[in-house]
Design a protein around this ligand. Structure first.
Ligand code: TNX
Length: 503
């Protein structure tokens, strides 16, 4: 028996036994099954190998796909590769993930293309496996977001959080407040061009994600991170509040301080706040939440809540209590950064997103725990291990360093249930955020995301322990993804820790 860690698979499956050699692949291999996953498999094999699986009537081998809810837990599948391929999904998502596994087993050697023979039974550990893309500090267009969905769903991520508003720009069409996109969307960090998604653009992203079993979570960051709202509607936002670290950082980076009503292009945080005691603010929040809810089939709306350093605590509490209630009233479940847990009466069932460190600092752990006390649960975005925008090494050209320097091993070696003092059942899973201050292109984004997103994918999908669930196995398996990324034109950082395969 060959152990799972010698197989070219990330995330590690629940169980995998390698067979002998490969099943050769040719134009006479036929795909049977009417799931969308069958068409996705044919497309992906063609792109990777140039082989068109359905191009011959004279069939020599076959790949069959079907659904049977009894084979695995939701999103799970069984996959048998011998002289034929038999893939059985517990549901459509399971078939999709089985196809991703099969594509990792597709390798080229001197004899040509073939699938590594294996018997696999698989299902995820966590139902929540998320990535976040910040489209505010830099904007990424619909095609770029689609490519990001393709490359992350291939690692079995199933949630895409879009950070749609921040100090530097507003990125989503809202009909009842048209100046948001007319006046506050054209800018981005470092003076780069901005942009926004029309409602049709957004629906196109949501549909592309859904076809790859990813739920989109839109975020409007409130009550801080709202300078751009004030560029469009000055009456909604307070004048900027300076703080010492903002002034010091701006000086160090040579970035001007925020000025009320003018676009802000720097990286400073904590200077903006909507007006808490104006009823108009809540009309705005309700309108935005309602319009977002109408075009978002997923159950969640994220209301932000991080780093509202310019908002007095009592005002902050009052605001987030109302905002979380508004999201429920509009038919969605609120998600919020962990600071929102400082407010006693947040709406029951609000989900918190922890972005503190593996050793929680200050009040972070207590704030996160309060979501659980209020009947909610937590998503772990532990910043010193799971943040995709931190540098790999001190001299890496992209990324920030405030949380940590995160090499691939550091990204891999953490445990989401061991950070906070809450029951394991309160941890829904993880989300790995990519903040885009330093990423001026999708290629920049990809070089920060890959390979570290693969580490987060394994933490979210694979069992906590088991044969192969360790760094030595992971680094070898991770290396086998290089040819897949190269063939998909996905850029990645060729970290020295990893033995990268050439094919
Ligand atoms: C903190 S973590 C932020 C973002 C920045 C990020 C950069 C969090 C919820 N907020 O506003 O972009 O750091 O790493």
């Amino acid at each position: 028996m060959v152990l799972p860690h010698s197989m070219p698979l990330v995330p590690l499956p629940a169980s995998a036994i390698a067979g002998d050699g490969r099943m050769p692949l040719s134009v006479t291999t036929r795909v049977i099954g009417d799931s969308p996953a069958a068409a996705q498999l044919i497309d992906a094999v063609l792109r990777r190998s140039g082989i068109h699986l359905t191009s011959s009537a004279e069939q020599t081998s076959e790949i069959s796909l079907r659904i049977d809810a009894s084979v695995a837990a939701p999103e799970g599948y069984t996959l048998s590769v011998s002289d034929t391929v038999e893939l059985v999904g517990a549901d459509e998502a399971g078939l999709f993930y089985g196809v991703q596994t099969l594509l990792q087993l597709l390798r080229q050697d001197d004899e040509g293309w073939g699938f590594v023979r294996a018997e696999i039974a698989d299902a995820p550990r966590f139902g929540r496996r998320g990535v976040m893309l910040d489209v505010t500090r830099h904007f990424f267009d619909v095609d770029e977001v689609k490519k990001f969905i393709d490359s992350t769903s291939a690692l079995k991520f199933n949630h895409l959080h879009l950070h749609l508003s921040d100090d530097q720009g507003w990125r989503i069409q809202i009909d009842s407040w048209p100046k948001l996109t007319e006046l506050a969307s054209s800018t981005a960090s470092l003076g780069d061009p901005g942009g926004f998604y029309s409602k049709d653009d957004y629906r196109e992203i949501v549909a592309h994600a859904a076809a790859r079993h990813m739920v989109v979570i839109p975020e409007i960051d409130l009550p801080g991170h709202t300078h751009a709202i004030g560029v469009a509607y000055p009456e909604l936002v307070e004048d900027p509040v300076m703080n010492d670290s903002l002034i010091a950082e701006s000086e160090r980076l040579g970035q001007p301080l925020p000025v009320a009503g003018e676009p802000y292009l720097g990286w400073g945080v904590g200077h903006s706040s909507v007006r808490i005691h104006e009823e108009r603010t809540y009309e705005f929040v309700r309108d935005v939440v309602r319009e977002l809810a109408e075009m978002t089939p997923g159950p969640y709306i994220h209301i932000g809540g991080d780093e509202s350093l310019g908002t007095p605590q009592a005002d902050f509490d009052h605001f987030v209590e109302r905002a979380t209630a508004i999201v429920f009233e509009e038919g969605k479940i609120p998600v919020a950064w962990h600071e929102v847990g400082a407010a006693k009466d947040i709406a029951e069932g609000t989900i918190g997103q922890y972005w503190g460190k593996t050793t929680p600092e200050g009040s972070h752990a207590a704030e996160a725990a309060h979501f659980v006390e209020r009947g909610g649960a937590l998503i772990m975005s532990t910043a010193d291990v799971a943040y995709l925008d931190m540098k790999y090494t001190a001299d890496y050209p992209l990324g920030l360093t405030w949380a940590a320097i995160i090499d691939v091993r550091t990204a891999y070696e953490w445990e989401p249930t061991s950070v906070l003092d809450v029951p394991d059942s309160a941890i829904l899973g993880i989300e790995a955020p990519l903040w885009s201050e330093t990423t001026r292109s999708l290629s920049d984004v990809e070089r920060l995301v890959f390979p570290r997103a693969a580490a987060q994918a394994e933490i979210a999908w694979s069992a906590r322990t088991g044969p192969g669930r360790d760094w030595e196995s992971f680094r070898v398996r991770l290396g086998t993804l290089a040819p897949l990324w190269k063939s998909g034109q996905v850029d990645f950082h060729p970290a020295e820790e990893i033995p990268w395969s050439t094919r």
